[in-house]
Ligand binder design. Structure first.
Ligand SMILES: Nc1ncnc2c1ncn2[C@@H]1O[C@H](COP(=O)(O)OP(=O)(O)OP(=O)(O)O)[C@@H](O)[C@H]1O
Length: 628
């Protein structure tokens, strides 16, 4: 062919600077684009072969080769796919690709926000100019008697075309890396980028460094390493679920997420209609703290990695899981705000949510014991899902488990069946089963159980449950004195009671040096408890909420406290205080402090200063026991 020069058919002279600037944050996608073009070219030639239209007797070991030459500063992408004729280069490279760039500019010319744009933008081949000063294509079409073509462009709007000396079918793209692409002269950068985007691409991808000193053994002989593809051409999620073993699922998980813990269980998604979606979602073993839950859902488009954790497609609460989702139908070359409002994306998201809920229900029904074993790990995830998604709530609310203080798991329905009548449909809970042991014991003495809700997410979760189910309410065990705890045999003389309460308030205020000690005198059935602190559920939730939403500089002690000190009228220490209220003895001082501190300790941690005093005082009391 004759050497030919021409102008690329675009209207904007400034296309290259724009490609560089606008796509800068996702600079590494050129590797994905060039390798996926190479894979497409192989798929095309294979298809033609199966239709009898291409002769593939030679060069049928399909693969993509990426070759880095750090001396020549080039990066090559070589495939043995369909190749291109001169006409095709003119049509696909000179014109079509640029019309993609034109669309890109038209759509985004007023929007400077790069975050609006999903990295992948159909610029395909031309994204190579983000890193290359000059790009060369050498290509030979599969067609009989085709003439190899060389195309060359140095990042301006002019190109050159001439004959190439390429003799094997396929395309070789050479990037002459410029200043912007220096990073890609590092073996590690290229390799890890291929692994990031291409680990599931459908043909083997081989990577080599052309000018690397070969490794030698002790005798100076060159070690010839067996060429190994960087990718898995048939990832597990592309297979039929009934052909996959548990071992394969675990291995895939560990390899894909580099998490050497075993996943708890998984869901293999496989849908053809009304949209095409495949994937595997794993429930990882979680750290108990909600803050450290970190999932990762990798989104693929036809085995090409697109991005992690795109919350417009994947329901937000599922981002706490780990998994891969491949959806070839997703329109990825559009903005994220479009995806958000897209009915199709919503359908995908609904489908995934339904699959997860179905799996949880089937685990619950097929083996409650196994489900209970998982519960601690999956409960923060389920509760988060419930808060975020009404449909998910509807599907799983009946299988939510609550761990009781007897370490058994019950559903809400079971709890209410057992205790609902006694508690008037209230669900007692503890947020710290060690600290609140005294209250738990008091409940158990009356054949009542509390459930343990000790996770960060639980306060939001119980409010949500109360909103959904008007008839129930959650009460922390230290929020009130239930009628059950009171000794009803003791007929109370109200007038006497009031006087005694006043006397006790006076003495506690004086000795504790407080002004606002709220005291309630009760005849408790328990013989062991002298005093306990209660804080109305509503006040405590309000305090928690203020703590949660107030940012730095906030002092929680400035919240007015509604704590009440309940004193057990029948307890000898309380009776002693009442009897000696007017005296100013050291014993009275000790007893008032100890009764108060012990009551506080079952409710919340003592302040460091109060704890120091408590220890000192306790030691002093014990010393006196020896002396007297
Ligand atoms: N390695 C290759 N072998 C054969 N043809 C190729 C190769 N690379 C690119 N082409 C041709 O050039 C065209 C334009 O490529 P480009 O990557 O710019 O866009 P695209 O692949 O069509 O779309 P996308 O924007 O999704 O990448 C391709 O459609 C294909 O016909």
């Amino acid at each position: 062919m004759n050497k030919e020069k021409g102008n690329l058919s675009i209207h904007s002279e400034n296309i290259f600077p724009i490609i560089k600037k606008w796509l800068y944050s996702d600079q590494d996608i050129f590797i994905r684009e060039l390798i996926s073009n190479a894979c497409d070219a192989i798929t095309k030639v294979k298809r033609l072969n199966s239709l009898g239209e291409a002769d593939l007797r030679e060069n049928a070991d399909f693969q993509v080769k990426v070759v880095l030459d750090t001396t020549a500063k080039t990066l090559k992408f070589i495939d043995n796919g369909i190749g291109m004729t001169e006409e095709e280069v003119k049509k696909y490279i000179n014109q079509i690709a640029f019309s993609g760039a034109e669309d890109f500019l038209q759509t985004y010319k007023d929007k400077g926000d790069i975050d609006q744009i999903i990295g992948h933008f159909g610029l395909g081949f031309y994204s190579s100019f983000m890193v290359a000063e000059t790009v060369e294509i050498d290509t030979l079409s599969y067609k009989q008697d085709a003439i190899a073509v060389r195309w060359r462009c140095d990042g301006k709007t002019e190109f050159e075309m001439e004959s190439s000396n390429k003799v094997t079918r396929g395309t070789e793209i050479t990037l002459y890396l410029g200043e912007d692409g220096e990073d890609f002269l590092k073996e590690y950068t290229v390799k890890s980028t291929i692994e990031k985007y291409c680990s599931f691409m459908p043909y083997p991808i081989h990577f080599e460094v052309a000018d690397k000193e070969p490794e030698k053994d002790e005798d100076g002989n060159i070690i010839i390493e067996e060429a190994k593809a960087l990718n898995d051409v048939a990832p597990l999620y592309t297979k039929q679920p009934n052909t996959c073993t548990d071992e394969e699922y675990k291995e895939f998980y560990q390899k894909t997420f580099r998490d050497f813990q075993e996943p708890l269980f998984w869901i293999h998604l496989n849908m053809d209609y009304p949209f095409n979606l495949k994937g595997i979602l794993y429930f990882p073993k979680l750290n108990t703290e909600f803050d450290t839950m970190e999932g990762r859902i990798k989104l693929y488009n036809n085995q090409v990695f697109v991005a992690d954790n795109i919350k417009e497609v994947i329901p937000e609460f599922l981002l706490l899981l780990k998994g891969v989702i491949d959806c070839p139908d997703l329109p990825l070359n559009v903005s994220r705000s479009f995806l958000q409002n897209d009915g199709f994306t919503r359908k995908i998201s609904d489908y995934i949510t339904k699959k997860v809920a179905d799996k949880l229900n089937s685990l619950f029904k097929s083996g409650r014991e196994g489900f209970e074993k998982f519960w601690e790990d999956i409960s923060p995830f389920i509760k988060y899902g419930i808060l975020k998604d009404t449909k998910f709530y509807d599907k799983v609310e009946s299988i939510i488990l609550y761990k009781t203080t007897k370490q058994q798991y019950v559903t809400l329905e079971e709890y209410l069946e057992n205790y609902g009548e006694k508690t008037n449909k209230q669900i007692y809970y503890v947020s710290d089963d060690v600290q609140q042991a005294q209250y738990i014991k008091m409940l158990q003495e009356h054949d009542l159980e509390a459930v343990i809700l000790d996770h960060n997410i639980d306060s939001a979760f119980i409010s949500h449950m109360e909103m959904k189910k008007n008839e129930i309410s959650f009460k922390r065990v230290d929020s009130n004195v239930t009628e059950l705890m009171k000794d009803k045999d003791q007929a109370a003389d109200e007038e006497v009671s009031t006087k005694e309460t006043e006397a006790l308030t006076k003495v506690f205020n004086k000795i504790l040096n407080k002004e606002d000690c709220k005291i309630q005198l009760e005849s408790l059935k328990s013989q062991e408890v002298a005093g306990m602190i209660i804080l109305a559920e509503e006040s405590r939730r309000m305090q928690e909420m203020m703590k949660r939403y107030s940012m730095g500089g906030f002092n929680p002690n400035t919240i007015p406290t509604e704590e009440i000190l309940v004193l057990n009228k029948k307890h000898p220490l309380v009776q002693y205080i009442l009897k000696h209220a007017e005296e100013e003895t050291e014993i009275l001082n000790f007893i008032v402090h100890q009764v108060y501190d012990l009551a506080v300790m079952s409710h919340k941690p003592l302040s460091p200063e109060a704890m120091g005093n408590f220890i000192k005082r306790s030691n002093e009391i014990m010393k006196r026991l020896i002396v007297e």
